[in-house]
Ligand binder design. Sequence first.
Ligand SMILES: [Ca+2]
Ligand SMILES: [Ca+2]
Ligand SMILES: [Ca+2]
Length: 419
Amino acid sequence: MVRRRAACAPLAGLLLTMLLGPPAVQPAKEVFTNTFYVQLKGPHGADKAHEIAKRSGFENLGSVLGSPHEFHFVHRGLSAARTKRSVPHLRQLKAHPLVRRVVQQTGFSRQKRGFRPLRQRRGYKPLRVENLVELEPHKDPTDPFFKYQWYLKNTGQNGGKPKLDLNVEAAWAQGITGRNVTTAIMDDGVDYMHPDLRERFNAEASYDFSSNDPFPYPRYTDDWFNSHGTRCAGEVSAARDNGVCGVGIAYNSRVAGIRMLDQPYMTDLIEANSMGHEPNLIDIYSASWGPTDDGETVDGPRNATMRAIVRGVNEGRHGLGNIYVWASGDGGEDDDCNCDGYAASMWTISINSAINDGENAHYDESCSSTIASTFSNGAKDPTTGVATTDLYGQCTKTHSGTSAAAPEAAGVFALALEA
Ligand SMILES: [Ca+2]
Ligand SMILES: [Ca+2]
Ligand SMILES: [Ca+2]
């Protein structure tokens, strides 16, 4: 995968190429982190790797994709972001007779999709309840936010088109609710103490690759920046009829939290370990992030990450294959999801979004890899956002972007897997 900054808006790019030749390749905005991929000569195992790491002043964070000869080292004495390779440290590791290959991990940027920075959020007016159409509760879920979940049951609330929804009630009526299916939310963490999620949380399948511990709880910030994963998790698995928030599409399925977006830089090994985590406990992996949607970024999965996805698809779920769901991107007409190697990959299912009247969302990108569209918030109207769980036991009505669309597809796939 060539990483470069180039004009990615389709027409602009084509015109520029015709007029000026191929766009000038500029150095990617990458840094060198203090983490290293270390391949040993043969399957010497974790004990040997620990010994080699310790002897050279490194720490072994663990194996890469469960391999007995590939490991993830960190050097705490090095800066987490340097502009140059740390040649003495590379040499030191390579000098060990059991070490075959060492790659210092570059750090790059991966952006949550659909998240609005605080300065934009401040302009938002809270949703006015009097503007919403009240539904007649029938055999619908009794959860207080179900009436705002127009993507599950569109009755025309907020100007939407009645019956334009995921039609999940037809699946629920057949008793299909996602039992025994686990969806992993690869994101900024999941509030697994949330009363709508805690019964659905699959701790065994969860991990925190941002902090290297088993607890993928979101890191607190004043602006609730790390609410993204919790919002996605509720769309898939929030509990039914418990008086809390709304209901998940596959409300008896389980959700795993894979925290991996919350560190200064993304690396190939963090992505690879996330996408290769517990492929026999996790059925579906959902990603609502990717390379920056600025119309200038051409980027995609690196080597170890590609291996993780290909292995999951071919061998995960005890040979049935994992499903990787991807948000296709929020760059609008200025961007093109062909330039996003995750969304455009043949190994992922990339999901675009439609709004509550069936039109495209204004931030949708277009490309041939888009498999399906689910629902997200309407045009520029924030009152038609996606209602789901939020941090610290709260609920939200404003989850948005293809970020909100991809987990809906994951929920539908969870229903399909159970069926
Ligand atoms: Ca943690
Ligand atoms: Ca609920
Ligand atoms: Ca994009």
